[in-house]
Design a protein around this ligand. Structure first.
Ligand SMILES: N=CN[C@@H](CCC(=O)O)C(=O)O
Ligand SMILES: [Zn+2]
Length: 444
């Protein structure tokens, strides 16, 4: 039995974010089950079981938010106020959230995560990564990973977020790479480390990344957020899928990121097209390989911490694939609004609207290794699947690509209450989400 087909027609502007960067006018799209089955000019659209009139609105892929920290309780308003009064952000604030989160029951924490994910979905986010990192002991990190896996598309282990009080750093690294990693393993597909002054040194970070890679996890790095440092170089050397923040970059960092894509079948760092590479050792692991390291920019965080904005323009000009994500967390970026991040990228970081939307859709998918369907030659997930993750855990065999509107990809899309995506930056701060479909189902 085939799935009923839904035709969304009378689309004023359809921004595909496909390999050719096509933008169609007077367009239509057909969804069947979880897939997109047709895209083209409205007058050529096939018959369908049901029809939705977009009323000339703009249609674009759902946002792919590749960096969030949704598993937390409490808030840090006082710290934010102090920062706005001139204090600097420091990693130590994380411990305030750790204490509040440890006090929350499973039920409370699950509801908080689900509510944040629902808020994100209502504003167009259709694929979401989230991290642990406010547990910082074995039982809490495992609990947070399990709770995250019930809601997020991708879960990342960030036990190496901060060395908890009372621990020697090296002992804590041994805990993270040993019992903690083993405890979270059923729920996570990725590992991350905060490589920064006040968090983990480059050597400690490398140790964490290598242990996590050996356990089959893909890698990501929080790097170069608060000052120049070795985060980017580490991420590239260890084959991380992304390095996130990237506020303080040298030209050598940018060259290293661009160079990491030189062996990729998709070309020299273009975010436009290409196929998935395999790991350098033939591992096929997510987060390793010839495909290189995406630079993930977090504009809302940059503003909230008063850091220099990440040099997204320079990165793109150098051929580095860029993602934009919300980094929703209570310390540095308490928002799930990808539209706000896109508007900031255009208004303050020098991206065109098309580039900013691409970074928040296709770029996020690239950072999560979800830009291609697994049955289109994508490498198999080695994340939570192997250990029997929740059904909502990382990429399953047969998983459909996200982040671009292409026949065969996951039917994740949004309509704006505007005739073009340009309105995202032209009318900043306005809630423009009109309708959202995820996996072919209308959410809003
Ligand atoms: N930089 C490290 N981690 C988070 C902030 C964590 C916090 O302050 O609670 C971030 O991505 O900005
Ligand atoms: Zn973060």
């Amino acid at each position: 039995m085939t799935d009923p087909a839904t035709l969304i027609t009378n689309i004023g502007e359809l921004m595909t974010q496909d390999a050719e960067h096509r933008v169609l006018r007077d367009a239509a799209i057909v969804l069947e089950g979880e897939r997109i089955t047709w895209i083209g000019t409205a007058r050529n659209a096939p018959a369908a079981d049901s029809r939705y009139d977009a009323g000339g609105r703009a249609c674009l892929p759902g946002w792919v938010d590749s960096h969030t920290h949704l598993v937390f309780a409490g808030d840090r308003t006082a710290e934010f106020e102090a920062r706005m009064a001139g204090e600097s952000y420091a990693a130590g604030g994380i411990s305030v959230t750790v204490e509040a989160t440890r006090r929350a029951s499973d039920e409370e924490l699950g509801e908080l995560v689900a509510a944040r994910a629902a808020e994100a979905a209502a504003s167009g986010t259709t694929c979401l990564e989230t991290k642990t990192g406010y547990g910082l002991d074995v039982a809490e990190e495992a609990r947070h990973a399990r709770i995250a896996a019930a809601t997020a598309d991708e879960v990342t282990f960030l036990g190496a977020h901060l060395v908890p009080q009372g621990w020697a750093a090296d002992d804590y690294v041994r805990l993270v790479t040993g019992p903690m990693l083993e405890a979270v393993r059923p729920w996570v597909g990725w590992a991350d480390v905060f490589c920064e002054t006040g968090a983990f040194t480059p050597d400690q970070s490398r140790e964490v990344l290598r242990a996590c890679r050996d356990a089959g996890l893909g890698l990501r790095v929080h790097g170069n957020q608060l000052g120049p440092g070795e985060g980017v170089r580490l991420a590239v050397e260890e084959g991380a899928a992304s390095v996130d923040h990237v506020n303080h970059l040298t030209s050598a960092d940018i060259d290293a990121l661009a160079g990491s894509w030189s062996g990729w079948a998709g070309g020299s760092g273009t975010v436009g097209s290409g196929s998935r590479g395999t790991g350098p050792r033939g591992t096929g692991l997510r987060g390793t390989g010839l495909r290189g390291t995406v630079a993930t920019c977090l504009p809302a965080c940059d503003l909230s911490t008063r850091q220099p904005l990440a040099p997204a323009r320079q990165l793109l000009d150098a051929g580095v694939p860029v993602a934009i994500a919300s980094n929703c967390n209570p310390g540095t970026s308490y928002t799930t609004s990808m539209a706000f991040c896109v508007a900031t990228a255009v208004l303050q970081m020098g991206l065109t609207v098309h580039e900013a939307v691409r970074a928040a859709t296709y770029g996020g998918a690239l950072a999560l290794h979800r830009e291609q369907s697994t049955d289109d030659g994508g490498s198999p997930a080695v994340g939570a699947l192997a250990a029997g993750a929740s059904p909502s855990g990382p990429l399953a065999a047969g998983a459909l690509a996200v982040g671009s509107l292409v026949v065969g990809h996951r039917a994740d899309l949004q309509l704006l209450d505007a005739p073009s995506a340009t309105h995202l930056a032209y009318r900043p701060g306005m809630e423009l989400t009109h309708a959202v479909w995820r996996r072919g189902r209308r959410l809003r």
